[in-house]
Design a protein around this ligand. Structure first.
Ligand SMILES: Cc1cc2nc3c(=O)[nH]c(=O)nc-3n(C[C@H](O)[C@H](O)[C@H](O)COP(=O)(O)OP(=O)(O)OC[C@H]3O[C@@H](n4cnc5c(N)ncnc54)[C@H](O)[C@@H]3O)c2cc1C
Ligand SMILES: NC(=O)c1ccc[n+]([C@@H]2O[C@H](COP(=O)([O-])OP(=O)(O)OC[C@H]3O[C@@H](n4cnc5c(N)ncnc54)[C@H](OP(=O)(O)O)[C@@H]3O)[C@@H](O)[C@H]2O)c1
Length: 448
């Protein structure tokens, strides 16, 4: 039995969870192969975190580079695992890896199935966030953004999108629409500070007064909710653009109206009340509807995993073994099939693939590390037989009809982008298409 050396693990997805899992496994002597859909590593740390948080992004990039230089880590970017993708999960399973750890994030889109979702000017947060962070192919899609935008959801992603709309798209008005009340906001005060200069504090106070009777019926304090915004406003942070930012509470979207030209002519919302559920609350519709005068609607309500990856899904994430054989801190990292009533042999999940849209990079890192510890327990529980898993994988990926990006190629891309930034006198330069990136690495039209 050899649980630490000569073992091979394939990690699907090189976001924070996958990269930090790779580091943990590699330092234990495991040969790790990272397979990443995007050319660049980093996942949402590269393509989610707001572009102006450059210090944070560069700090994370430096940590990711440290992972990739480890001699036990191989990186193959521009490779997608899944049904109808470059390599299917069963194909990967058959290559002979000791285990597979899926850290592919939450790449599916949570649509609510409302009338009007197909209108021009209705988007999901992912399309907007990937667009402004320059992830191909979203980077090249034209977003039709009007002047008055409703963003559904009151989490940190909503704030990032409001930031982008006001600072970069010059919109007149952003209204964040929460299905619950002022006490149930999910965003952080620190993140609100970025757009506090644009907060219409009077409108928010008016809105809190509108729902105050529902808050007080549950023992909540509307004055404290108002104080939260007043105190934030004290900072006197300058506005980031001319548009205003406000919030609407206790309202669930019911449909987007057609403006007669295939665009948005308003957002209909149903008013909600709040009911107590244990220590938490739940929104319940009251049957009364209103139309908000907006021409663009963006859903920032969290994501779900991509069902095409080939693993069973439960709620928004890949299903986990309810009785884990290799628990870490009491949590299960084992992919699970309810149909077969057993774990998917040798396949583990971590990060947003295990718990969609939950937490910051630090949590994804911790989850990746814990996922790798579950994998190590599994590897140690089995006798190791020598095989050629990595060779099998290389034969398959280098036979793909498109270039595969190695860590050497990545280093070359980074150099070209840094040189371009220096020439242009900007802090950061990112190519917006895969073709440009591949060309910069000398891989365009070349099978490595
Ligand atoms: C808009 C937004 C802003 C955020 N801002 C912050 C912030 O400011 N600070 C902070 O700490 N956290 C922030 N977060 C949270 C943070 O980004 C996440 O916690 C973290 O990135 C999740 O890591 P992950 O590795 O699980 O998934 P991801 O980061 O999503 O990485 C998944 C990786 O898997 C790859 N992949 C996907 N599907 C496949 C496939 N089929 N085959 C192969 N590879 C695949 C992708 O290319 C990607 O590289 C933000 C999140 C969002 C959505
Ligand atoms: N700058 C940062 O640090 C940063 C930036 C972006 C993201 N993140 C992190 O990334 C994670 C994901 O963020 P997120 O904003 O996508 O998710 P989130 O924090 O879970 O917020 C999602 C919002 O959407 C609402 N919602 C969910 N389903 C809905 C539905 N069916 N109808 C109407 N509203 C619905 C939620 O309301 P309920 O509360 O009622 O469910 C909530 O207000 C979070 O951990 C966040 O902190 C961090």
């Amino acid at each position: 039995m050899d649980g630490s050396l000569n073992q091979t693990v394939a990690i699907v997805g090189a976001g924070p969870a996958g990269l930090f899992a790779a580091k943990e496994l590699a330092t234990q002597g495991v040969q790790v192969v990272l397979l990443n859909r995007d050319i660049k590593p980093g996942g949402l740390a590269e393509y989610g975190i707001f572009p102006t948080k450059l210090k944070m992004k560069n700090g994370l990039r430096a940590q990711f580079r440290q992972v990739l230089v480890h001699p036990n880590v191989e990186y193959y970017g521009n490779v997608t695992i899944g049904d109808h993708a470059d390599i299917s999960l069963p194909e990967l399973q058959n290559m002979g890896f000791g285990a597979i750890l899926v850290t592919a994030g939450a790449q599916g889109t949570k649509w609510l199935g409302l009338p009007g979702e197909d209108l021009t000017g209705v988007y999901h947060a992912k399309e907007v966030v990937y667009h402004y962070n320059k992830l191909p192919p979203f980077s090249q899609r034209q977003l039709v953004i009007g002047k008055k935008v409703a963003v559904i959801g009151v989490g940190n992603v909503m704030l990032d999108i409001a930031h982008y709309l006001i600072a970069d798209r010059n919109v007149d008005e952003v209204i964040a629409v929460g299905r619950r009340g002022p006490q149930e906001i999910k965003f952080d005060r620190k993140e609100l500070d970025y757009i506090i200069g644009n907060l219409d504090v009077q409108a928010v106070e008016f809105e809190i007064n509108r729902v105050a009777h529902i808050m007080t019926s549950l023992g909540q304090n509307p004055e404290m909710a108002k104080a939260f915004y007043h105190e934030a406003k004290q900072k006197m942070t300058p506005p980031i653009g001319s548009g205003s930012f406000s919030l609407r509470f206790l309202s669930s979207p019911t449909r987007m109206l057609d403006n007669g030209r295939g665009g948005v002519g308003g957002l209909e919302v149903e008013e909600n009340t709040l009911i107590a559920v244990g220590d938490d609350t739940k929104a319940r519709g009251l049957g009364t509807c209103h139309v908000l005068d907006v021409d663009t609607v963006i859903f920032a309500i969290g994501d779900k995993v991509d069902e095409n990856l080939g693993l069973p899904v439960h709620a928004s994430a890949f299903d986990k073994n309810p009785s884990p054989l290799y628990p870490v801190d009491g949590d299960s990292y084992e992919a699970y099939s309810k149909d077969d009533n057993q774990p998917v042999e040798g396949v583990f999940v971590a990060g947003w693939s295990r718990n969609a849209s939950t937490g910051l990079v630090g949590l994804a890192r911790k989850d990746g590390v814990n996922g790798s510890r579950a994998v190590m327990q599994f590897l140690r529980s089995r006798s190791f037989s020598q095989n050629n898993a990595i060779g099998n994988l290389k034969s398959a990926i280098f036979a793909l009809p498109h270039p595969v990006v190695t860590k050497d190629a990545l280093a070359a891309l980074e150099n070209v982008e840094q040189q371009r930034a220096a020439t242009l006198g900007v802090e950061e330069f990112k190519f917006v298409t895969n073709a440009e990136m591949l060309e910069a690495m000398g891989l365009m039209g070349v099978t490595p």
